[in-house]
Write a protein that binds this ligand. Structure first.
Ligand SMILES: [Fe+2]
Length: 211
């Protein structure tokens, strides 16, 4: 079987605080049953920032917050990088214990569609007051029928996720909303987004595959 290059749970020495911005359902949601925005530093947990430093990493200033509504909410397929690569994040999720992230491989690369984060929402709300330090103006998506599902993981614990590949989120079976804080991990040395295999090496004693 191919090695899973998409997801690991990560054992951390603390429990991330519940961000204040997750206390109420977002207004003016971007999607039918989902929303995304940037979480400013007061919503981060400084223990996580200190912990990352021990591994030569730091969070990008672009820290994303996601709301997946109950009964089927979820983010549509996308990747979080300007190419299809293995850029990796650590996510903290609150809410149901059975929501998932699903990864896809497009059957034919010519079927990939390019999207641009240059809408008024992105310019005026999403990245407002954020000192952007990762590429944010281009990402990919594809039609589900043009892809094979290559991996799926229940997100019930802090997780290392490959966000450079196409993925979507699903909050299928519950009346509870799902809230996620997603830290893009940059190396302190050269400010590049860490790739999944390198993150696995760094976190080899902490990362585990099955729950
Ligand atoms: Fe994503």
């Amino acid at each position: 079987m191919n090695k899973n290059i998409y997801h690991r749970y990560v054992k951390l020495p603390f429990e991330h605080k519940f961000p204040d911005c997750f206390k109420a359902k977002p207004e003016n949601m971007r999607g039918e049953n989902w929303h995304e925005w940037c979480a400013t530093r007061e919503h981060w947990d400084e223990r996580f920032v200190d912990w990352l430093k021990e591994y030569g990493l730091k969070p990008s200033n672009v820290c994303e917050a996601f709301y997946n509504g109950p009964n089927g909410g979820g983010l549509p397929m996308h990747n979080d990088a300007p190419t299809l690569n293995n850029s990796s994040n650590i996510n903290f999720t609150w809410g149901p214990q059975d929501s998932i992230v699903r990864w896809y491989k497009v059957k034919d690369e010519s079927l990939i569609q390019t999207e641009r984060d240059n809408t008024d929402y992105h310019k005026e709300v999403y990245f407002k007051d954020v000192d952007i330090d990762i590429p944010v103006d281009k990402f990919y998506h594809a039609e589900v029928e043009d892809c094979d599902v290559v991996h799926e993981a229940v997100i019930s614990q802090p997780s290392l996720l490959n966000v450079g590949q196409l993925h979507s989120t699903h909050n299928f079976n519950t009346n509870e909303p799902r809230w996620t804080l997603s830290y893009h991990l940059l190396t302190i040395k050269d400010n590049t987004h860490i790739q999944f295999e390198d993150a696995l090496d760094l976190f080899k004693d902490l990362a585990y595959e099955s729950n």
